[in-house]
Design a binder for this molecule. Structure first.
Ligand code: F0G
Length: 351
């Protein structure tokens, strides 16, 4: 047994670091690839979930952040900034603490899940709630990073995608080769681009014999890559991917086209159904945006895009605990009973 050392140490030779780069890590990565029995039965495929909610701050963002923050420290930054729908800000706040950097975050007011807000605040980030969208926040942070001594750690920072590509390495390392199909939620479009980079790199170096078809899924009210034009007022219950003008637009299109894949829309209703399916049939609690990958896989199955027996990986990007409000509002409200075992028995219909 050898303990996991965090993804920079595990994949050092494939990342933009040298012996002198100060490694800022919370031992992210090394997340489980869980067989999804129910989803496999529904699709006739061999489906696995890459459970990114088990990273240190509860989302895949930690992969990009360990590299981005390490490089920021190496380059002499004293402060970092990001725009976020919640997960990037949670991760930036935690890694900034680890590095001794100040951290500022801009979020769309009222549009981020409570757990994510809690994370940024508890780690001591300077959090500003902007009366606008994520896209507005990103534009503002780009301007701030241009004009003031503060380093941008959104995925327009290329170090972020370098870190995030390691998820594809882990999948190939676990399965022995690349899957046939990879399903992933798409918001600002950094992650689909990063996975494609990782899969290509492993195939180019002969570690994998093939590359998967990349299937990306946006929420239908926030699907600029599907419509081919920015969406001015994106709407979806999946606040993490409520984005109208993705920064990695071209890279995501390249991932789609080079892999023979597709980027499709799934409705909020499909997302909510997949969220419930994962929780109640697989025992995996993800956030709404994460369920878009599974909602999309079920849709692709209906469209006849899959061949029975194919190996499929769905990335589930964030932890369900991030958004307790949604989980509770969708469940029946619990009964209150007196201190009485018989009352419990009758409430549970045991008696
Ligand atoms: N899933 C979750 C849980 C996310 O938080 C995000 C992005 C995505 C999927 C989409 O990934 O942007 O690389 O296409 N969240 C960003 C944030 C925008 O600020 O936390 P993407």
């Amino acid at each position: 047994f050898r303990a996991w050392r965090g993804l920079i140490e595990e994949y050092r030779d494939r990342l933009p670091v040298s012996e002198t780069t100060p490694v800022v890590t919370l031992l992210e990565g090394g997340t489980p690839l869980i067989p999804a029995r129910r989803v496999s039965r529904l699709t006739g495929c061999d489906v696995h979930l890459k459970v990114e909610g088990l990273n240190p701050t509860g989302s895949f963002k930690d992969r990009g952040m360990t590299v981005a923050i390490s490089k920021a420290v190496e380059e002499g930054a004293k402060a970092v900034i990001c725009a976020s729908t919640g997960n990037t800000s949670a991760s930036a706040a935690a890694y900034a603490v680890r590095a001794g950097l100040a951290c500022a975050v801009l979020v769309p007011r009222g549009k981020i899940a409570m757990g994510k807000l809690a994370q940024a605040l508890v780690h001591g980030a300077r959090l500003l709630q902007v009366e606008g969208s994520f896209d507005d926040c990103l534009e503002m942070t780009r301007k701030l990073a241009e004009n003031y001594p503060i380093a941008l750690v959104n995925s327009v920072n290329p170090h972020r995608l370098q870190g995030q590509k390691t998820a594809a390495f882990e999948i190939v390392d676990a399965l022995g080769d690349a899957p046939d199909v990879h399903c992933i939620p798409v918001g600002n479009a950094g992650n689909i681009s990063a996975y494609w980079m990782g899969y290509k790199e492993y195939a180019d170096d002969g570690v994998a014999t093939r590359r998967p078809r990349m299937l990306g899924f946006q929420a239908s009210g926030a699907a600029p890559l599907v419509g081919g034009a920015p969406v001015t007022h994106p709407q979806t219950i999946a606040t993490a991917i409520r984005i109208g003008n993705p920064a990695s637009w071209r890279l995501a299109e390249a991932a789609r086209d080079e892999s023979g894949g597709d980027i499709q829309a799934v409705t909020d209703r499909q997302i909510a159904a997949a969220y419930k399916l994962l929780a109640q049939e697989e025992g995996v609690f993800v956030e709404l945006a994460s369920a878009a990958s599974v909602a999309g896989l079920l849709q692709a199955h209906k469209q006849g895009l899959l061949t029975p027996g194919q190996r499929v990986v769905c990335t589930v990007t964030g932890n369900g605990l991030k958004d307790p409000d949604w989980a509770i509002s969708g469940a029946p409200s619990p009964m209150t009973i007196p201190v009485d075992a018989f009352a419990a028995a009758s409430a549970l219909e045991l008696a």
